[in-house]
Design a protein around this ligand. Structure first.
Ligand code: CO
Length: 500
């Protein structure tokens, strides 16, 4: 059996290497590739993905799994090998249930949908995107059917991003969260607006870059095992446990945007850099799920990066770098400015108090589409009425409404909920972290993060993808994913800032 396990690991290692090669090519595409390289790069990525898929879904892997599954039962359940066999069996089952005919159709339809979406967004013509989205929805409903019997048609889609999570669980969590978020927002809206005009003046790119680097270096980002570059959309990617890449971008109209994107991606990278080297070249050298990954980036970005303790330490440095822009701005004013709440049309620009409402709206529409209760043609109207209901504002056109996100043209239904779940998990972990390290706030205000990072490494990062997200969150916090800590966090923070 040892030999079979070795053979199994050898094949998986090759699949992981191929995926890392794709990641290198994908990273380069977004960071350095000249625009003319798109066709050549597309070919490279397609070939690598096809070889990796073929290797992973081969009969040999299937046979090895059949033999290894009973063996896994005899192992210590939390051991690397037992977890590896279990998680790979889950992914193998999913990937082999989907016929290659569907995969080819899906690739073709979503490629066309991408172009149509770009045109529809530029020209504000939903009708250009509509027939393509109808095709995507049809294929996604077919996809779900490959996983029958399911409790809910949305379950197999959600499982792609949040393994083990059920629609009914997310709905229960969101139903408890929604009224509390709407209520908090109403209270804040009744208070005087915060002045954040000092954030909307020019800040030099170099200064922003240097400050961001200084911050994540203090957090513990290992520059010997990672680097930062610039790209249009910030992202984190990994080529192995010892090579983790992040990117950032600069927005001349939003000075804080580069800083918080560096901190956010830095949070993802700290997770990846903390994965145990014993998981190298296995599919377990990854985050537990999208939500757990996002909980790490959000925690560093929001709980740390938008806290008063953080700015007590870093604000004098920021003023040193930007003496003109911040000459007449106190730390208190700056802190309030970066935490200003304002219902906005665009999800990616939303603040902490409104962000989850954007997500709930999208998930309700996705479920409606999958269940067949919502028609694609009615999306703009339903979108606008839900925006009015949840955020109190209505987009002037579909560009700033239903057409704003890229996810649907790629068929990524089930992805959005993980953003909001990540927020909730970040608060659950944050509460536990503060219980275990009672003087954490003092440490942060002295620029000390090593004990916090050590805690995260030992409780979360080192395990990589060994456990499903609900299981991991429960091991760390004593509870599965729940909205209460997040609401406590929001209410405490904004009661102080807005004097509620
Ligand atoms: Co993220």
């Amino acid at each position: 059996m040892e030999q079979k396990l070795e053979k199994f690991k050898q094949i998986l290692a090759e699949v992981v290497d191929l995926n890392h090669a794709s990641a290198v090519a994908g990273w380069d595409q977004q960071v350095y590739m000249p625009r003319g390289g798109a066709v050549d790069r597309g070919n490279i990525l397609e070939t690598l993905a096809a070889i990796a898929h073929k290797k992973f879904t081969s009969d040999e892997v299937g046979k090895l799994l059949e033999e290894l599954k009973p063996y896994a039962e005899t192992l210590e359940p939390d051991s690397d090998d037992a977890c590896l066999i279990k998680r790979v069996a889950h992914d193998y089952d999913k990937e082999t249930r989907v016929p290659s005919r569907w995969v080819a159709d899906f690739a073709r339809v979503t490629t066309l949908a991408q172009t149509a979406w770009e045109e529809a967004k530029t020209d504000n013509k939903f009708e250009v995107f509509q027939p393509h989205l109808e095709e995507v929805v049809k294929l996604r409903r077919e996809y779900a059917d490959f996983f029958k019997p399911y409790d809910h048609i949305y379950d197999p889609l959600l499982d792609d991003f949040e393994p083990g999570m059920k629609t009914v669980d997310v709905e229960r969590i969101f139903n408890a969260l929604r009224p509390q978020q709407v209520d908090l927002l109403k209270k804040i809206a009744a208070k005087p607006e915060i002045d954040d005009s000092f954030l909307h003046v020019p800040y030099s790119e170099q200064g922003q870059w240097d400050f961001g680097v200084e911050v994540i270096t203090r957090f513990g980002f290992d520059w010997n095992r990672g680097r930062q570059d610039k790209s249009m959309h910030p992202f984190t990617t990994s080529f192995g446990v010892d090579d983790v890449r992040i990117t950032t971008r600069f927005d001349p109209k939003r000075a804080a945007s580069a800083l918080f994107s560096t901190i956010h991606e830095g949070g993802h990278a700290l997770y990846e850099q903390g994965i145990s080297p014993t998981l190298r070249r296995t599919p377990l050298a990854d985050g537990a799920s999208m939500a757990v990954h996002e909980s790490q980036s959000r925690m560093w970005e929001n709980m740390v990066g938008r806290s008063k303790a953080f700015w007590k330490f870093f604000y004098p440095r920021l003023v040193e770098i930007f003496p003109q822009q911040l000459a007449n701005v106190s730390m208190e004013q700056y802190y309030r400015g970066i935490n200003k709440v304002e219902p906005s049309l665009i999800r990616v620009e939303a603040d902490e108090a409104t962000y989850n409402l954007h997500i709930m709206l999208r998930m309700e529409l996705e479920i409606g589409l999958m269940e067949g209760k919502i028609q694609v043609k009615d999306l703009p109207e339903i979108w606008n009425s839900k925006m009015k209901e949840y955020l109190g504002i209505v987009p002037p056109d579909n560009r700033e409404g239903v057409l704003q996100d890229v996810h649907w043209c790629g068929g990524a239904f089930g992805y959005f909920p993980t953003y909001a779940l990540g927020n909730l998990v970040s608060a659950q972990i944050w509460e536990k972290l503060n219980q275990d390290i009672p003087n954490l706030e003092d440490q942060i205000s002295q620029g000390k993060f090593d004990e916090m990072l050590g805690w995260l490494r030992s409780k979360i990062h080192r395990f990589g993808k060994k456990f499903e997200s609900q299981d991991l969150v429960k091991r760390v916090t004593g509870s599965t994913i729940t909205p209460e800590p997040y609401m406590r966090y929001l209410k405490t923070k904004y009661t102080e800032i807005y004097n509620l």
